[in-house]
Write a protein that binds this ligand. Structure first.
Ligand SMILES: [Ca+2]
Length: 153
């Protein structure tokens, strides 16, 4: 291997390391719109994703109660992924069907379509309060920030 090849290899590893596992803001916007999310909710969504996963789709987080959160929307295995039992509430029983019950491994892959599908249905069922990342960080003042501008998407 000559010096040029070594440098090229190092660059490839660095690029993969910095970009791997992360989605752009507009990729998230497009995935959410495709699942019916309204633009009037989009700043909330972007704040939620920024605080739940920092736009990384391959992250997991172990909760104090023993459940685990998966992926860009941090869907947990207590109420959603891998859980096909149906919920206890009459309004939201469909949450665990038609996709939200997908294997948790599909919530940390690079295809965020099923993640967005499930997240939009959870939001339509329970609102954004289901996500502590949103509850604790996404005040109306916070949502004004240019970080959450999405007009170019
Ligand atoms: Ca996925």
């Amino acid at each position: 291997m000559n010096m040029f090849q070594i440098i090229a290899l190092v660059l490839i590893v660095m690029i993969n390391g910095s970009l791997g596992g992360r989605k752009s803001k507009c990729e998230v916007v497009r995935a959410l719109r495709a699942e019916g999310a309204k633009d009037s909710d989009m700043r909330d969504w972007l704040c939620l994703v920024a605080h739940e996963s920092s736009y990384r789709y391959d992250v997991t987080h172990k909760n104090d109660g023993g459940s685990t959160d998966y992926g860009i929307f941090q869907m947990d295995d207590k109420y959603t992924c891998g859980n096909a039992d149906g919920t206890s509430t009459s309004i939201c029983w469909r949450i665990r069907t038609f996709g939200c019950e997908d294997a948790c491994s599909t919530f940390i892959d690079s295809d965020i379509r099923n993640d967005a599908n499930c997240a939009v249905r959870v939001r339509n069922c329970d609102g954004f309060r289901r996500w502590y990342g949103w509850v604790n960080n996404c005040s109306s003042d916070e949502l004004e920030k240019p970080d959450y501008d999405f007009e170019d998407c």
